[in-house]
Design a protein. Structure first.
Length: 415
């Protein structure tokens, strides 16, 4: 399996022209120095190569997902037909019920994935949905008709990983249940063989939940002092500062747009499509965070594009900073912690203060409440959260504002 570093280091003439990755994906090293992703497909019994993009314009992660989609939608898909929806005008794959004698589990799985991926905003999660089924289920059961598969067959393929990779096995079973449900809807079988008592099938499993490694809240000021002088790109430093001061997820920070900010009301709003729970989230802008945004405005030139990204990276596919950029720098302070763990650091500090309500702390992190309670609780407690977020910022920074880049640049220009 390839890594980004291996791709960057690879060069034409030092080894094979093609380097294999996963699911028929290859990296092609070209004589002129360019690097392209290709998919190896079998069409009508013959091997074919299809170029799907150039590195680094197409990232490795996106190339893997695209490779899966190419193999599903190309000549390798034998028992699917394309039907046009009169309502949506969109093409989608469907299994023909009249072909029940020849439709295999692999065919149904392909249709399931085509539909499933449309509801997933994260390409990595979409790829995981397919690879777990492709790696653990289809090699043994893929060529069988759904009606031929019994519960004992499902247990047999998942038993080897049920304890060693329990979470992966559990999610694979859930996805397999969905595939069989689709087969039932198309009258390919009557009873879902993936529905059974898991403890009876595999025995009890002692599960240990592994949380994101977090910085102890007592060390947050130490981390902030280190961050202010750490040698890294300035926009990365400011991004990490924003993460620490708000407790927001990395993805929510790095995809921020200038139009999300209302400095008059000191409010940062992340729109629903960029939130994990698909509902908008407002964050109070404390004094320290306001300075961070002033610094970023100086770095990013948002006056040229008021609706542009706060953390632009024009050469990246998404046009914003990489999702792992903050993590790489944070681990230089302590290899055991993560960016997401900073949310836990803030939450633990807030609880230790003993003055903030559960609702105020949970809304700060955009955690989902009980759905029935949430239906009646319409206020996001923004104003109640302002004092808490300012107190947290004062604790972390020692009550001081971050250095203003405009002042630093003015001093340097005078030298």
């Amino acid at each position: 399996m390839l890594t980004v570093k291996q791709i960057e280091a690879a060069s034409y003439g030092t080894g094979p022209d093609r380097i294999a990755d996963l699911n028929g994906l290859y990296l092609r090293l070209n004589k002129g120095g360019s690097k392209t992703f290709q998919v190896r497909m079998t069409v009508d019994g013959r091997s074919r190569w299809k170029t799907i993009g150039r590195f680094p314009e197409l990232s490795l992660r996106d190339a893997r997902l695209k490779a899966v989609l190419e193999k599903l939608g190309g000549g390798e898909t034998a028992d699917e037909s394309v039907v046009r929806s009169p309502d949506e005008g969109a093409a989608f794959s469907a299994v023909r019920p009249v072909d029940a004698d020849h439709t295999t589990l692999r065919d149904v799985a392909k249709v399931w994935f085509e539909r499933k991926r449309r509801g997933l905003s994260n390409g990595k999660h979409a790829l995981q949905n397919w690879t777990t089924i492709n790696d653990y289920v289809l090699p043994a059961l893929g060529n069988l008709r759904p009606s031929e598969i019994k519960s004992r067959d499902v247990i047999r393929v998942l038993d080897p990983i049920w304890r060693t990779k329990h979470e992966t096995a559990r999610r694979t079973l859930g996805r397999l249940r969905e595939i069989f449900e689709l087969a039932i809807l198309h009258e390919l079988l009557e009873v879902n063989p993936a529905v059974f008592n898991q403890q009876m099938a595999f025995g009890p499993v002692q599960r240990q939940t592994k949380h994101m490694a977090a910085l102890p809240w007592e060390r947050a000021p130490e981390f902030w002092r280190w961050l202010t002088t750490h040698d890294c790109n300035e926009d990365v430093r400011q991004m990490i500062m924003a993460m620490v001061l708000t407790g927001k997820r990395t993805s929510e920070v790095r995809t921020a747009k200038w139009s999300d900010l209302c400095l008059e009301t000191a409010t940062w709003t992340t729109t629903r499509e960029r939130m994990k729970k698909r509902r908008p989230h407002r964050v109070p802008i404390c004094a320290q965070l306001a300075v961070v945004f002033d610094n970023l405005a100086l770095l990013g030139g948002h006056h040229d594009d008021p609706d542009g990204p706060v953390f632009p990276r024009p050469k990246n596919k998404g046009g914003v900073i990489d999702e792992n950029r903050a993590l790489i720098e944070i681990k230089k302070f302590d290899p055991e912690i993560t960016g997401h763990g900073m949310r836990s650091t803030f939450r633990t500090w807030a609880r230790k203060q003993g003055v903030y309500s559960q609702d105020v702390m949970e809304y700060a992190l955009s955690h989902e409440k009980d759905k029935i309670v949430d239906a009646y609780f319409r206020d996001d407690l923004l104003e109640e959260r302002r004092p808490m977020m300012q107190a947290w910022a004062d604790y972390v920074t020692g009550g001081e504002e971050p250095a203003r880049l405009a002042d630093t640049m003015a001093i340097m220009s005078q030298r």
